[in-house]
Design a binder for this molecule. Sequence first.
Ligand code: CA
Length: 230
Amino acid sequence: MLEKPRVLIVEDEATLATGIAEALRFQGYECDVAEDGAAGLKAARRGSYDVMLLDIMLPELSGFEVMETLRGEGSKIPTIMLTAKGAEDDRVHGLKIGADDYVTKPFAIRELVARVGAQVRRARMDRGDGDTFELDGAIFDLGRLQITRGEEEIPLTPREGEILSYLRAHEGNVVTRDEFLLQVWKYPTARVETRTVDNTLAALRKKIERNPADPQIIKTVRGKGYRWGG
Ligand code: CA
């Protein structure tokens, strides 16, 4: 299975932190939340995060202090700062001291998820995770969560990457919706509707299939589930 990208959320507003974590987990990320600057710094130092979301106004240490300390120690952790509306100086200062990107509060969760994905792809660009193959005229790079078809680069969510990886690893078998929920979503089937699987796969086909009405990569097995068509 693919290695799940890990996100550290440093945010003291519990409701916001939980909302972000839930949205990212649904897309296949692993998330940890730190509720103040000191806890965030400690967690970031332990390492192995692909992205850090860093609020500025935090108890104990501010987001700026956390960023400056980490960069001073040579940490390259990709960081997106969460800045307040209208605080232009904060955005400029954040980028100056080493943040990679910023998102202005209040933000649409979809936008935040997209920005996190962009940081993960950028960070994995040079790592050469290796799970690359060609199929139906497109190059699949699941480690980098990206498909290239001609000039077009199509970003994948970690969840979409996992689905492709799982189907491919079970080539020749039919994967049922329940199996997807258990093995890929890791959700007990009762908690999530199997419709979630269909919706996610329909969206994925639109991204990756040359003709989503006649899919070649993800085949439907009527009444049963899906199978790898490569
Ligand atoms: Ca705050």
